[in-house]
Design a protein around this ligand. Structure first.
Ligand SMILES: *Cc1c(COP(=O)(O)O)cnc(C)c1O
Length: 633
């Protein structure tokens, strides 16, 4: 049977990267599928946005989906449970969620609640994160793993929390930290639960290579480990050392690296056990990746394994090493953050307007125009597929020469405007010719990139910091009209005044491209884009560039009847909130503005009747959303 391909598969590759969470309806709208209830009616995203808009929640908005998060928690726990059963592994899996990956209360709470059935715990990499972790009631067997640099206050809290039934493990990062722990434990007269962080020498590929191997900032080498073990033995605390921890780095692309690193971790585990450490838990840290592009390959934004394969590799490697050494199987712990939360939220924003590299018509050169204008117009006469690069070069040359003449005053404004329009209409024709080429690889890069700029209502620096800082790729698609062939190519630019505030790499069905196929902006309806899998690391790394603040965030629950419930709404920052974040006092600012208005009123430059309007306008702005607002309140 012939398989009917569609725009969303053929062009955007939605089915390849969407992990079954996203589909496209017959009406061309992107919709969410409930992974916890396969077969339930998919829910249209534009419909959700319309509903939110009616409730006064405008884009840009981060949309979090309860069941997407639950499905991932289940996925990892089930993956380990299956591998453990299949390989006859003799101990359970006890995962912990590293709070730093998404510290939002809604997310941490959901993980704790839904994770109870799996004895799922939390990882704290700092004192504030431990404070957050201890505000949750975890199940009896769940762990709290404390990593990172710890002072005595941190250590005291960790030790005391055991009195409340928390299994709080202090992972020793250095011999110096071990001394602080020994001191605090002696002072409290309480035994701590201890772990040691081992620095593995195995190098891991991918973007986070530096966090693995000798150069990693954390963990102890063999010499330091032995010193710590000896010190604990001297102090009569060696019986407290129950967990061995190592972290492979993030987004490990190649499953072979996982296997090698786990094998090395086991080597340490066996050796430390031989030294008398009564280890019972093997913690392998994070690193389980997300296939952002759907390529299923060991590249920076993809991975060559599934969650199930990861679990099997870990369980098999540990079982083999322990059996060989004649040791009991340890409890397996991982600290997967990215894989747990990345898929659970998406960023949605609207295109406000577009800058197109074409003109509605081609004006003819006029009497008295510089000859370069006619030369430019003549380029259209020899535009063929074979000569397209030459035409591009010529047109750009004539245009640049004319601009130089304009700057020196030899070409007037109307003539220059004519030339720009001729140039743009040529670009439009060149683009059409290029689109027809079988192979455009010979063309220069800037020529392939004559895409429109779609100006969108979001801040890259606030909402997608990793896209800006480390070239992270996320799938991006228009959320509507996917039943119509896109007629334009665009890059997306944000509303900060920063030339870096743009997205110009896109995951498409055939690979990674510098522009995104889009539709001409409709006159009478919003045109939204969705950026998917932004749940990990993006939400709190973001900054206040141009004072664009947090976006609105909503958590929704998908219902089987094709509707949704709004579980939680977190209003985005108002202007006064971002001002306060940079130490401006909004009340002082209002007072200062009012003073200026009053002075101008006394001087007569502002009419008395305008005084109120001016002050109200300032006040309304200060209370408003930091992003472009379509409807003013
Ligand atoms: C960041 C971090 C993690 C989370 O890593 P992911 O790749 O997101 O799973 C786990 N453990 C430690 C110690 C970390 O620093």
């Amino acid at each position: 049977m012939q398989h009917l391909r569609t725009i969303h598969e053929d062009i955007y590759g939605v089915d390849r990267w969407s992990k079954g969470l996203i589909t496209v309806l017959d009406n061309g709208e992107v919709a969410l599928c409930d992974p916890m209830h396969p077969g339930a009616t998919p829910i249209s995203l534009p419909e959700i946005l319309k509903d939110l808009d009616q409730r006064g929640i405008a884009a840009p908005v981060v949309l979090r989906v309860k069941s997407f998060l639950e499905a991932e928690i289940r996925h990892i726990n089930q993956g380990f449970a299956d591998a453990i059963a299949r390989l006859n592994y003799q101990a359970p899996y006890r995962g912990v969620f590293p709070i730093k990956v998404n510290q939002q209360a809604q997310v941490v709470e959901r993980i704790v609640e839904f994770g109870k059935q799996y004895e799922f715990g939390l990882e704290a990499g700092s004192k504030p994160e431990l404070v957050v972790a201890l505000a949750h009631r975890l199940s009896r067997e769940a762990l709290i793993v404390c990593n990172g640099v710890k002072d005595s206050e941190f250590i005291r809290l960790a030790i005391l929390s055991r009195k409340l039934g928390f299994n709080t493990v202090i992972v020793l990062e250095s011999p110096k930290e071990a001394e602080t722990v020994i001191e605090v434990a002696r002072e409290l007269g309480e035994d701590p639960l201890l772990g040691v962080r081992v620095k593995l020498t195995q190098k891991i590929g991918g973007k986070w290579q530096e966090s693995s191997g000798d150069r990693s900032a954390f963990g102890m080498n063999t010499d330091q480990l032995l010193r710590v073990v000896d010190r604990l033995r001297d102090e009569g605390l060696l019986h407290c050392l129950q967990l061995q921890h190592s972290h492979l780095g993030s987004q490990v692309p190649d499953v072979i690296d996982v296997r090698r690193a786990v094998a090395e971790a086991c080597r340490y585990f066996v050796a430390l056990t031989g030294e008398g450490a009564p280890l019972t838990h093997l913690d392998l840290g994070g690193g389980l990746g997300v296939d952002y592009t759907g390529e299923k390959r060991a590249t920076e934004n993809s991975i060559n394994y599934t969650v199930e394969e990861y679990c099997t590799n870990v369980v098999e490697t540990v079982a083999y090493a322990m059996d060989e050494a004649g040791l009991k199987h340890p409890v397996l712990v991982t600290e997967s953050g990215r894989a747990l939360v990345a898929t659970s939220s998406m960023l949605i924003f609207e295109a406000l307007e577009s800058t197109k590299y074409d003109a509605p018509d081609t004006p003819a050169p006029e009497e008295g125009d510089n000859h370069l204008v006619s030369d430019l117009a003549a380029v259209g006469g020899y535009l063929t597929p074979e000569r397209v690069q030459e035409c591009w070069n010529d047109a750009s040359y004539y245009r640049d020469e004319l601009r130089a003449l304009f700057r020196r005053g030899f070409v007037d404004l109307r003539q220059m405007a004519r030339a720009e329009r001729i140039y743009l209409s040529l670009m439009a024709r060149i683009k059409e010719v290029v689109a027809q080429l079988e192979d455009a690889s010979d063309l220069s890069d800037d020529m392939r990139g004559i895409a429109d700029v779609y100006h969108c209502n979001f801040s890259l620096f606030q909402s997608l910091p990793d896209v800006w800082a480390i070239d992270q790729l996320h799938p991006i698609v228009p959320l509507q009209m996917l039943n119509k062939t896109p007629d334009r190519q665009a890059i997306l630019s944000d509303i900060t005044c920063d030339s870096d505030g743009k997205i110009d790499r896109f995951i498409l069905a055939d690979g990674i491209f510098q522009s995104l196929p889009v539709h001409s902006l409709p006159e009478d309806a919003p045109y939204y884009f969705g950026v998917f899998f932004v749940g990990a690391y993006q939400e709190t790394l973001g900054d206040l560039h141009n004072l664009f603040g947090d976006t609105n965030v909503v958590t929704i629950d998908l219902r089987p009847d094709g509707k949704f419930d709004l579980l939680h709404e977190q209003e985005g920052d108002s202007i006064s909130e971002v001002m306060a974040a940079v130490e401006f006092d909004p009340q002082d600012c209002i007072a200062a503005f009012r003073k200026m208005v009053d002075e101008a009123t006394s001087e007569g430059t502002v009419a008395t009747s305008d005084r109120k309007t001016l002050i109200e306008a300032y006040r309304a702005s200060i209370n408003g959303y930091t992003y472009y607002e379509r409807h003013s309140a």
